[in-house]
Design a protein around this ligand. Structure first.
Ligand code: ZN
Length: 521
C-alpha cells in the first residue's frame, strides 16, 4: 500500500513537472543532511535522538520554498532521504553519527539515480574520534550517488569548510546574516542554483576557489548587525551576482572545536576563471584586513559587574547574556554557576526587590515535583550540573510553581518557579529562549521585568528589540567566550587572534578539484 502511494505521489509530481530541456525529463533531486554545532570543550555528548531526524516526505515541511504548490517543487522530482537538526551541544557519539549516516546512505541507494542532491548541513559537527565529519559524510554520499550527481551544499556561516568538503561538493553557500535571519533564503538559493545548473545543462561549475583565512572568532564578535562583519557580509550578495559567478560565501568557522579545519574560509564558484579568482581574493583580503575590528556585539563584563550594572540601571528590561553555557553555541545548557550566584543575592529576596527572569536550567526532578504539586504548589529540589558540573554543583531551588507547559520540542516540559523575586525557568531538557512567546506562554512578561538573564550569546531579534540595556557576561561553560584561553592543540597556527603574525598570510586563490575528477582518480 505504501508503495502504491509512493508511486501515486511520484506520478502527480511528474504530471505537473517542467520537462528538462537538456535531458528530456524532469531532474531527480535528493535532499539529505545533518545539522549541529558541537563543542569539543564541553563534557556533553549528543545522541541520535537529539537530531529529531525526519524521513521521506515529512522533510518537505522543513522547506517552505518546497511546499506542494511552490514553483520550485514543480520543477523537479524531489526525493527527500533524511535530514536532522540538533540543538548545539557536545560532540556527537560515533554510534549516533554512523547510524544516521548509514540510514541516509541506505535511503539514497534505494531511490537513486539522482541528477542533483541538496546537502543541508550546519558544518560544525564534532564526532567522537572522527575529524571533519561533514567531509566524511559527503565523501560517503558521493560514493553512493556517483560522480555525475550535482551536489549543492547549504551551510551555516559558523560551519567549517575543509578542502575535502570543497572538493566533493559542486555548489556551496552559507548564510550572510548573523543572527541567521536569512537561513531559509540561503537554503532556497542553494536549491535554485542547483536546479538552474541542471536545467540549463551547464552542470558543475568550471571553477571552485577555496581560501582558508587564518582567523578564528566566536560568533558573538561577528554579528552582521555591526561592523566590520556588516560591511564584509554586505559585499557577498553583489559579489555573487556578478556575471560568471554562481555563488560566493564567507564562513566565520566554529571556535569551540579543536580540529585543523576550524577557521574562516572564503569560497566562490562560477564559470569565469578570472572573476572567480579575483572575487574570492578580494573577499578574503577584506576579511583579513578587518580582523582587528571584530569585537563583542555588546559590552562584555564579568558576571558581578553585569549584575551590578543591571541593578543600578533605570531602564528595564535589562538583559544579561549568560554566554559561557549558551546552548545554541554548544554549551551543555545545565551549568548552574550563574543561577547559583543570582539566588545568593539578597536583593532578590526582598518583597519589594527587583524582579528577574532566569532562562533556563534543566531540572527533571523539579519538573516531576512541579507536576505532582501543580500550579501554586511549593517545590524544593535541585537543578543543573548533571552534564557539566565543572564550575558549580546542582543549584538548590525552593519556590512556588507559577506555570507548567507541556509539548516543547526541546524542553518537553517547562515550569516557572518563583524564588523570592526570581522567576526561574526550569525545563525537563535544555532549551534556548529566543522569542517573547517562549516567556509569555509560561505567564512571564519580560517587558515588565527588571532584569532578564538568558543563556544565549547575542540577543535574537525579538529580545534585542525589547531590551533597554544589555551586557554580555563572561561566564564559565563549554563555550567560554574567552577563546584565547582555550586549550587548542590541533588547529592550524598561527591563528588570529591567538598568535602574532610576522607577515600577512597567503590569501591567494586555491583552485579546488572538480568532484568528478576525484572519483575517477
Ligand atoms: Zn550559526
Amino acid at each position: 500500500m505504501k508503495r502504491f502511494f509512493a508511486i501515486l505521489i511520484i506520478f502527480f509530481q511528474f504530471s505537473s513537472l517542467r520537462i528538462d530541456a537538456q535531458q528530456g525529463r524532469p531532474p531527480r533531486i535528493a535532499i539529505a543532511g545533518l545539522g549541529i554545532e558541537s563543542s569539543t570543550f564541553s563534557p556533553a555528548t549528543t545522541d541520535e535522538e537529539a537530531f529529531h531526524a525526519d524521513h521521506g516526505l515529512k522533510i518537505f515541511s522543513n522547506y517552505p520554498f518546497l511546499s506542494a504548490d511552490s514553483p520550485l517543487r514543480r520543477r523537479a522530482i524531489w526525493i527527500p532521504a533524511i535530514t536532522g537538526h540538533a540543538l548545539p551541544g557536545g560532540a556527537v557519539t560515533r554510534e549516533a553519527y554512523e547510524s544516521l549516516v548509514n540510514k541516509t546512505l541506505d535511503s539514497l541507494r534505494k531511490n537513486g539515480p539522482y541528477d542533483g542532491l541538496l546537502f543541508d548541513i550546519h558544518g560544525a559537527m564534532s564526532v567522537v574520534g572522527l575529524d571533519d565529519p561533514e567531509g566524511d559524510f559527503i565523501t560517503r554520499i558521493r560514493a553512493v550517488v556517483g560522480p555525475l550527481t550535482l551536489i549543492s551544499t547549504t551551510m551555516d556561516l559558523h560551519g567549517n569548510v575543509s578542502l575535502r568538503l570543497a572538493e566533493q561538493t559542486d555548489l556551496i553557500t552559507c548564510y550572510r546574516m548573523a543572527p541567521h535571519e536569512d537561513a531559509m533564503e540561503t537554503k532556497e538559493r542553494a536549491a535554485k542554483n542547483l536546479l538552474s545548473r541542471i536545467e540549463s545543462g551547464k552542470g558543475k561549475p568550471a571553477y571552485k576557489v577555496w581560501i582558508p583565512v587564518p582567523i578564528l572568532l566566536p560568533g558573538e564578535k561577528t554579528s552582521t548587525r555591526i561592523e566590520p562583519a556588516k560591511s564584509l557580509y554586505q559585499a557577498v550578495g553583489p559579489a555573487a551576482s556578478q556575471p560568471g559567478i554562481i555563488d560566493a560565501a564567507i564562513w566565520i568557522g566554529y571556535a569551540w572545536a579543536d580540529e585543523p579545519r576550524n577557521r574562516a574560509v572564503v569560497m566562490v564558484t562560477g564559470d569565469d576563471r578570472k572573476k572567480v579568482v579575483e572575487t574570492a581574493e578580494i573577499l578574503a583580503r577584506r576579511f583579513w584586513e578587518s580582523r582587528n575590528g571584530f569585537v563583542f556585539v555588546a559590552p562584555t563584563r564579568h558576571w558581578e559587574e553585569c549584575l551590578d550594572s543591571a541593578l543600578k540601571s533605570r531602564q528595564h528590561p535589562f538583559f544579561i547574556s549568560d554566554m559561557g553555557d549558551n546552548p545554541t553555541a554548544g554549551g551543555a545548557g545545565d551549568v548552574s554557576w550563574t543561577l547559583t550566584r543570582i539566588l545568593e543575592r539578597k536583593e532578590f529576596q526582598w518583597p519589594q526587590g527587583p524582579s528577574l527572569i532566569y532562562a533556563s536550567i534543566p531540572g527533571p526532578g523539579l519538573i516531576e515535583q512541579a507536576i505532582k504539586v501543580g500550579k501554586g504548589g511549593m517545590v524544593d529540589g535541585w537543578a543543573g550540573a548533571t552534564v557539566d558540573s565543572r564550575f558549580a554543583p546542582p543549584v538548590h531551588i525552593r519556590g512556588k510553581v507559577e506555570s507548567i507547559v507541556y509539548g516543547d520540542k526541546d524542553a518537553e516540559v517547562e515550569t516557572s518557579i518563583l524564588v523570592g523575586r526570581v522567576h526561574v525557568i526550569v525545563t525537563k531538557k535544555r532549551k534556548p529562549y529566543h522569542h517573547e512567546m517562549d516567556f509569555t506562554k509560561l505567564g512571564l512578561h519580560p517587558r515588565q521585568t527588571d532584569i532578564v538573564v538568558v543563556k544565549i550569546g547575542y540577543l535574537e531579534p525579538e529580545l534585542y528589540a525589547m531590551q533597554k540595556g544589555w551586557l554580555m557576561a563572561l561566564t564559565p561553560g563549554g563555550v567560554d567566550q574567552d577563546i584565547e584561553h582555550l586549550p587548542y592543540h590541533r588547529i592550524e597556527r598561527p591563528m588570529f587572534p591567538l598568535d602574532h603574525f610576522d607577515r600577512d598570510p597567503d590569501l591567494s586563490a586555491r583552485m579546488v578539484s572538480s568532484s568528478d575528477s576525484l572519483i575517477t582518480k
